[in-house]
Design a protein around this ligand. Structure first.
Ligand code: AMP
Ligand code: GLY
Length: 423
């Protein structure tokens, strides 16, 4: 099969890497890709938002299957566009992707189907949101309705910070149309867990639980990022909790989406808070997470193409998905200054010196002559899988120490159980 992957980050690199292992795949294209991806796939210089060009390319080279793991194109309807053109694509339709594209829809969805989540109100004016905050308990969380590149969630300790956040949204219109409505919700305490699940519209098969580390600095300090590292399995996501999630969250979600006429085919991502009163949904994403996907795919033993085709054939209930019984630790190497401003173009040293057990996925790199240089905030992920987390972690950091670029920044406590105690 010829496969086209849409995107350019570490998640897409990990997907191309898993596809390269498949017996069914003869050629991989990635649009637009990055310098790491170019080692195993052919990059195609088309932007992810240019659906017509992507479709024309897919027809021209007779692509058999397109995979889109990115939120923006999914929410904008890339799957509908490909399907209308008669092309096979893996991902949810625009209607199903609204589970991530609109927080108001997703919160109302959870309320209607009795899926555990934080208490909330939905508002479309500053005054109405402020009136709710005036009687609410702090801390509370303000979330813009639409996509906001991970910046649309503001944790407010007091009424002044809530007022500030709501002014940014409704008066300064900092988030544009994404901020036309807001959710104001209860702050949840607990351990966070990312669960990604394959879905064929009716059957859902969750992957092992992952622990993302979103804050920029050690001990969960500093601003939120796209993710500074992941470990799998998530040590807090025990078997009994996974069972409860299946019954109270995963199955009702897939069933609810079907009842809403928004059958979900793709990878559905549950951002969970494991609270004292049980697991609750913080958010849904309509696609596999990054860096979670980078940590999960090296553990997948079943051919990824077989799993995707089972989803597309609505045949997931006949599929057995096998995972290595290993732990994995994945450490993100970021540019100095990320998630704020940072410089790019720094030469990267030492990638060939990492341990034989280490994998490197590229998030933001390009080639300058024959050298790799930095080209993004998140630059590289170094991953090691081993029979337990402690070994995986020690070995991952041994390899991290071999790699360098100017102003390189990474967290030193990824997978350190002491540092990921519930908030
Ligand atoms: P999101 O972009 O919705 O994943 O939110 C970003 C991060 O904000 C989450 O990973 C949580 O750490 C935090 N967060 C979101 N909602 C809540 C909540 N209701 N209570 C506590 N933390 C939250
Ligand atoms: N790592 C979180 C996300 O992909 O949204």
């Amino acid at each position: 099969m010829k496969i086209l992957v849409v995107g350019s980050g570490g998640r897409e690199h990990a997907i191309c890497w898993a596809l390269a292992k498949s017996k069914r795949v003869t050629k991989i294209y990635c649009a637009p890709g990055n310098a790491g991806i170019a080692q195993i796939a052919q990059n195609v210089d088309i932007a992810v938002s240019h659906f017509d060009e992507l479709i024309a390319f897919a027809k021209n080279v007779a692509i058999d299957l397109t995979i889109c793991p990115m939120d923006d194109p999914l929410v904008a309807g890339i799957v509908d566009a490909f399907m209308s053109a008669g092309l096979l694509i893996f991902g949810p339709t625009k209607a199903a992707a609204e589970i991530e594209g609109s927080k108001v829809y997703s919160k109302d969805f959870m309320r209607r189907y009795n899926i555990p989540t934080a208490e909330y109100g939905a508002f479309d004016t500053f005054n109405a949101a402020m009136a709710y905050c005036a009687t609410a308990k702090f801390p509370l969380v303000v979330k813009v309705d639409g996509l906001a590149a991970g910046k649309g969630v503001i944790i407010c300790q007091n009424i002044e910070s809530a007022e500030h956040a709501l002014k940014d949204i409704f008066e300064s219109k900092k988030f544009g149309v994404s901020g036309e409505q807001v959710i104001v919700e209860e702050y949840l305490d607990g351990a966070e867990c990312s669960v990604l699940a394959f879905c064929d519209g009716k059957t859902i098969i969750p992957m092992p639980g992952a622990k993302d580390h979103k804050a920029a600095y050690d001990h969960d300090m500093g601003p939120n990022t796209g993710g500074m590292g992941v470990v799998v399995p998530n040590p807090y996501y025990k078997e009994d909790i996974a069972k409860e999630c299946m019954e109270r969250i995963f199955l009702p979600t897939v069933e609810g989406l079907r009842k809403d006429g928004r059958e979900f085919v793709g990878v559905l991502f549950f951002g969970l808070m494991l609270t004292e009163s049980g697991p609750k949904v913080l958010e849904y994403n309509c696609r596999p997470g990054d860096p979670e996907t980078q940590a999960l795919l090296p553990l997948l033993e079943t051919d990824l193409v077989d799993v995707i085709m089972a989803c597309l054939d609505r045949n997931l209930d006949n599929m057995e998905i096998v995972w290595k019984n290993n732990a994995i630790c994945c450490v993100m190497l970021a540019s100095g200054g990320y998630p704020g401003d940072y410089e790019t173009g720094m030469p990267i040293w030492g990638m060939n010196d990492v341990g034989k057990d280490a994998l490197i996925f590229h998030s933001g790199t390009k080639k300058d002559g024959d050298k790799f240089v930095t080209a993004g905030g998140r630059v590289l992920c170094v991953l090691v899988s081993a029979e337990n987390l402690e070994t995986a972690r020690a070995s991952a950091y041994d390899s991290v120490r071999k790699v360098s670029f100017q102003d390189m920044h990474f967290r030193k406590d990824i997978g350190d159980l002491g540092a990921i105690i519930p908030n």
